[in-house]
Design a protein around this ligand. Structure first.
Ligand SMILES: [Zn+2]
Length: 325
């Protein structure tokens, strides 16, 4: 069943929508998006089962049961997943706790498909490895810089999901235990508290009082609600001193985190994704310099921008069955 060359379906379950797509090899044939009723996790299985049937209907091949042409259906979930990929242990943003989502979906489809899950950051890393910026790099890391910091690790060509089955939490290794900012997880000084888009926004907001005549204050009209990561980056790019100081500190922290990852696992390549990666070489160039100063090795991983963007979770979910070979 797992080796047949059929069609792939992947889902990305987000905080407000469930996106699903049908693929034939690398070609996307159809994509659907349905609102997800956030605090009603029991509805997710029904929604996804319906979406699987609708997507399978779009398979161009004639078959008595089009569901039989599908490889294992994969679902990317923003939370922790059991080692057998069959239970959402916890997905706080979705209201899932010990939720057997795949089994519920399979039951609704009379067991005509098999369903597996992965953490969305792991799925994204797998997608970058199979189809994107990490292709050909059997030991590699994806770091996503968004509202939080996440990512996944590929080791020896396999998706590494931890020894205890907890997965990897790239955002929560600790950089500054004494003077660090409080992280979303409650600990002080995590990588995420320094390197998320949220961290850039936090510092941008602080600059309203420390640099009231700066460009961030001007462009945001002094209103914290108008400050996002892109605004801070744009001001730094334009040469505003306060924004440049924030951005330099950010790049320094990111360089620190990446150098630590390099020292621990010595990957061949590290890809940077998430909203902040939109800064491109303006960010990556100083980061490479900091890594060069701090890495234990002279010859270290290439550091590049991830290429699959917001589709990474969906694509990785569709290719989840390939993690089992
Ligand atoms: Zn943390």
């Amino acid at each position: 069943m797992m080796n047949k060359a059929g069609y792939d379906i992947g889902f990305d379950v987000g905080g407000s929508h469930i996106a699903g797509a049908l693929f034939s090899g690398e070609k996307e044939l159809m994509r659907l998006q349905t609102p997800y009723p956030k605090n009603e996790p029991d509805k997710a299985s029904g929604i996804i089962a319906q979406m699987i049937e609708a997507l399978a209907d779009a398979i161009p091949e004639a078959a008595e049961d089009k569901l039989s042409l599908l490889n294992v259906v994969g679902i990317a979930v923003p939370g922790s997943i059991s080692r057998d990929k069959r239970t959402v242990l916890n997905a706080y943003n979705l209201g899932f706790k010990n939720h057997p989502l795949p089994e519920l979906i399979e039951r609704k489809l009379n067991s005509r498909v098999r369903v597996l899950m992965a953490n969305d950051a792991d799925a994204a890393a797998w997608a970058e490895y199979m189809r994107g910026s990490l292709k050909g790099y059997a030991n590699s890391v994806l770091i996503t810089l968004g509202t939080g910091v996440g990512g996944g690790i590929i080791l020896n060509g396999s998706l590494f999901t931890g020894g205890m089955g907890n997965g990897v939490e790239l955002g929560h290794f600790i950089m500054n235990m004494a003077a660090g900012e409080k992280c979303s997880c409650g600990v002080r000084g995590c990588f995420e508290s320094c390197c998320s888009a949220t961290a850039l926004i936090r510092e941008g907001v602080r600059s309203l009082s420390s640099a009231p005549n700066g460009m961030i204050a001007a462009l945001s009209h002094g209103d914290a609600a108008n400050i996002n990561a892109k605004l801070v980056i744009d001001c730094a790019r334009a040469g505003d001193p306060a924004a440049k100081a924030i951005f330099t500190e950010y790049a320094h922290a990111l360089g620190c985190g990446i150098a630590s990852l390099i020292n621990i696992i010595d990957p061949e390549r590290i890809a940077i994704g998430g909203g902040v990666s939109g800064a491109g070489e303006f960010l990556l160039k100083p980061v490479r310099e900091y890594v060069k100063q701090m890495s234990f090795y002279d010859n270290f991983a290439s550091i590049v921008k991830a290429t699959l963007g917001n589709d990474a979770g969906l694509v990785g979910a569709a290719l989840l069955h390939k993690t089992m070979h």
